[in-house]
Design a binder for this molecule. Structure first.
Ligand code: ZN
Length: 164
């Protein structure tokens, strides 16, 4: 048997986090009081989810939820994202997306050098999700809820987005 490195432990921890959120997604519920709603669709994988947000007059996200179906990665990503969003301003949410996108596209060493705009637990979740960068097909699954978020924050109403 190969000896475990600290890196393997970290990887397992990340996998556990994704599996847990994929199987038991948080904020998976309808939101009647939502004032933003975006359908995200990833035809390559078949992920289809509706992101709903309640954004107040100060552009603060008061509530975030989603519904739909998709692979474990897209569900986990939506679950973790909606958890992170509550209480964030639209600008802060956008920064998180940019950072996450960077994590997904950069190599590990570069990622370590990027600035962290987030609290430690948020950072850990983003790091876990960004493990998909090793699987280019899965990046679209992980980014799907975030694309829906970007669209929801930039438009005022109902919209559809596709990750292709
Ligand atoms: Zn997927």
């Amino acid at each position: 048997m190969k000896e475990k490195t600290p890196h393997d432990d970290l990887r397992e921890l990340y996998q556990d986090l994704i599996l847990d959120h994929g199987k038991h997604p948080r904020n998976f519920r309808p939101m009647p009081e939502a004032n933003r709603e975006v359908l995200g669709h990833n035809p390559l994988c078949g992920d289809r989810l509706v992101l709903t947000l309640a954004v107040n007059e100060n552009n603060v996200i008061e509530d975030a939820a989603f519904q739909g179906s998709g692979c474990a990665i897209s569900m986990a990503s939506a679950s973790m994202m909606t958890e992170m969003l509550k209480g964030k301003t639209a600008a802060e949410a956008h920064k998180l997306f940019e950072h996450f996108h960077e994590l997904c596209t950069l190599g590990g060493e570069e990622v370590a050098k990027t600035e962290t705009p987030a609290a430690k637990d948020v950072q850990m979740r983003l790091q876990a999700l960004s493990g998909v960068r090793h699987y280019p097909m899965r990046v679209k699954c992980a980014v799907l809820p975030w694309r829906a978020l970007e669209s929801a924050l930039s438009s005022g109403g109902v919209k559809n987005v596709k990750t292709e």
